[in-house]
Design a protein around this ligand. Structure first.
Ligand SMILES: Nc1ncnc2c1ncn2[C@@H]1O[C@H](COP(=O)(O)OP(=O)(O)OP(=O)(O)O)[C@@H](O)[C@H]1O
Length: 267
């Protein structure tokens, strides 16, 4: 699989598959606790884990939401703000190097044929790093780094997938939201929280994730290709499913790394 191909993320209200292209995009996932955010993020990470052209950078304040992918990840960050900041700084340096490459080759974005590995940056839970742990200065620095990566990373193959259970304007200011082309709102407590994820004004037009049945976990409003929020149910992998896919992905990734090392040694 390639990250340049659309990924299956669930079904719409007619039962049709919902496929989402993630390359050159970021995705914001918001909703109340239990809405199904981690489930959707796991689907995105699982797809990327199986892609031959994608590295994984996973930042998970709770550790267990994305922790099953740890063996597939190039970097796995737990509840450690210093480590998260250090990781985003390194990602920023990679991003800058890639822009230098593009400039040198008179190009504006990387393409599939470039053989440059894309990077999925997945963050669960955004508010943990931007508003809970550390000093205010560190939190602001983390947010600034994440904003920069979301703003400039897309053209150089860095995809930002961030999830939060606190869809409020202090965690997702408008300036940050607009950097996420794709947005998914699981059930939210009220219309304004739903608008924080999807964008101001959608609730007034009857697109509010506050109307989702709290028992219908995984149901959400997706703002993507069509430009209008669509109702959909996210694909869900059980713990066992994730372990199976993650073990398989770790195995093929290790195999690839060994193959590359062998080819380099032979060259
Ligand atoms: N798409 C889905 N289909 C079926 N069940 C789902 C789906 N998504 C989530 N669930 C159920 O809801 C539970 C909570 O989902 P999940 O952990 O993804 O929520 P969350 O929004 O990430 O919660 P939190 O903010 O507390 O981390 C899951 O354990 C699962 O049982």
């Amino acid at each position: 699989m390639s990250i340049f191909d659309p990924l299956f993320i669930g079904i719409d209200e007619f039962g049709h598959a919902v496929n989402l292209s993630l390359i050159y995009r970021n995705i914001l996932i918001g909703g109340e606790p239990g809405a199904g955010k981690s489930s959707l993020l796991n689907t995105v990470v699982g797809h990327a884990a199986l892609c031959y052209d994608t590295d994984l950078v996973l930042i998970d304040g709770k550790q267990v939401e994305l922790g099953l992918w740890r063996d597939c990840a190039d970097v796995f960050v737990g509840p450690n703000l210093d480590h998260a900041i250090d990781t985003l700084e390194r990602l920023q340096a990679v991003m800058d190097n890639r822009y230098t490459f593009l400039l040198d080759h008179r190009r504006q974005k990387i393409e599939k044929a470039d053989d440059i590995r894309c990077i999925l940056l997945a963050i669960d839970e955004l508010a943990y790093f931007s508003a809970t742990v550390g000093t205010e200065t560190e939190q602001k620095y983390f947010s600034a780094l994440n904003r920069d990566i979301a703003a400039r990373g897309r053209a150089v193959g860095i995809i930002d997938a961030s999830a939060t259970q606190r869809p409020s304007s202090d965690i997702i200011p408008t300036s940050l939201r607009f950097l996420f082309g794709w947005r998914w709102a699981g059930r939210c407590v009220d219309d304004s929280s739903s608008d924080v994820v999807l964008g101001h004004g959608w609730a007034a037009k009857n697109f509010s994730a506050a109307r989702i049945d709290p028992n219908n976990r995984g149901e959400g409003l997706l703002l993507a290709h069509g430009g209008v929020p669509m109702s959909m149910k996210g694909a869900h992998m059980s713990n066992t499913d994730i372990i199976r896919v993650a073990d398989y992905a770790a195995c093929i990734r290790r195999g690839r790394a060994e193959l590359v090392a062998e080819m380099r040694a032979a060259a």
